[in-house]
Design a protein around this ligand. Structure first.
Ligand code: FAD
Length: 301
């Protein structure tokens, strides 16, 4: 039986949506169609990623500020400290503050030579995300989200070392952690238990990745240390040339995962949208979320 809070349209869930900055005008149009579709669900915030090595600095800034200007949404800007001096990073943060952005997703970022190579702190730069969080707090009173890894970060010696790092981020001022995506809810639940036992009390919001493209998700998972269960691979087996069925299976898989997390008491969800609204909109609908009705015009009243 699903909890009774799922039965009404008056949802008590809080969701956030992650987008990436578009490269081309066609991608930009698709992103804005997705934002327009998802905005009426009144997410807690929407975030915009920062390309590897700061490669999207301007595009991330442009997307975040456009969201701020043209929608009622509260945008969060992802920021990494890869290949940048502290004052360069601080300058980006100040720019966000001046534009009216109040929320930063603070990340160390991946090594410049790609995932799997050793991370070298940049000379004169922030060495890790805990230092970055402390640096952002010095620039201004931003809301700060950080990353968390239910299956540990691939560079970590152990899950305990990883949770120590999360504690350092919290001590530096992080308000919320968003997890790397995962498919096995038991792993998430066990992780949250360990995090709480370590005295960390900020929300650990599960990051949910709808599987639009199984091969792509499997590749990405291999790089970031997320496991892909055999049952998931089996569900997509043989559907390589059948996008319509793939989409239905992806919806079923995501709904199953999210509703099971609801049964386990989770109330906040972060969706990796890949700039697509369809699956995410459907899952939010299942959570009881309904688009806000536009306020009645004077004439109608
Ligand atoms: P940290 O918290 O600094 O470190 C991660 C872990 O690595 C730590 O837990 C620590 O245990 C271990 N570690 C770090 N340094 C060492 C060391 N020297 N020795 C041993 N262990 C070590 N990347 C982007 O480029 N742009 C984005 O917009 C972006 N958004 C993301 C959003 C979310 C929600 C998540 C989960 C990840 C995102 N990433 C993004 C990926 C992220 O940048 C990488 O996972 C990166 O490798 C680690 O960043 P971090 O902030 O978790 O680092």
């Amino acid at each position: 039986n699903r909890p009774s809070r799922l039965l009404g349209a008056d949802s008590s869930f809080r969701v956030s949506f992650e987008f990436f900055p578009p490269k081309t005008p066609a991608m930009e149009e698709k992103l804005w169609q997705s934002i327009e579709r998802l905005a009426p669900l009144a997410p807690n915030f929407v975030s915009v990623t920062y390309g590897a090595g700061g490669s999207t600095r301007e595009r991330t800034h442009a997307t975040v500020t456009r969201i701020l200007k043209e929608t009622p949404l509260r945008p969060a800007a992802h920021l990494t400290c890869v290949a940048s001096k502290r004052d360069e990073v601080d300058e980006v943060v100040r720019g966000y503050g001046q534009a009216g952005v109040r929320h930063i997703v603070a990340l160390r970022g991946d090594p410049v030579d790609g995932v799997g190579t050793a991370y070298e702190p940049y000379p004169g730069g922030y060495a890790n995300s805990a230092e970055l969080v402390a640096g952002i707090k010095k620039v201004g009173d931003f809301e700060i989200s950080v990353a968390a890894y239910p299956e540990k970060h691939p560079e970590s010696r152990s899950l305990a070392a990883d949770i120590d790092m999360l504690k350092r981020k919290v001590d530096a001022g992080a308000d919320r952690a968003i997890t790397q995506f995962f498919f096995d809810n038991d792993l998430y639940e066990a992780y949250v238990e360990r995090v709480r036992a370590a005295g960390i009390n900020i929300p650990i919001v599960p990051g949910i990745a709808p599987v639009h493209n199984f091969a792509q998700v499997a590749r990405f998972a291999a790089g970031c240390g997320a496991s892909v269960p055999d049952w998931l691979a089996q569900r997509f087996e043989g559907l390589e040339d059948d996008p319509a069925t793939r989409q239905l299976v992806a919806a079923a898989v995501a709904a199953e995962q999210v509703l099971d997390l609801v049964d386990r008491g989770v109330t906040d969800f972060h969706f990796y949208t890949m700039n697509r609204a369809d699956l995410v909109y459907a899952i939010c609908h299942l959570l009881g979320m309904r688009p806000a009705k536009p306020a009645p015009t004077e004439a109608a009243a």
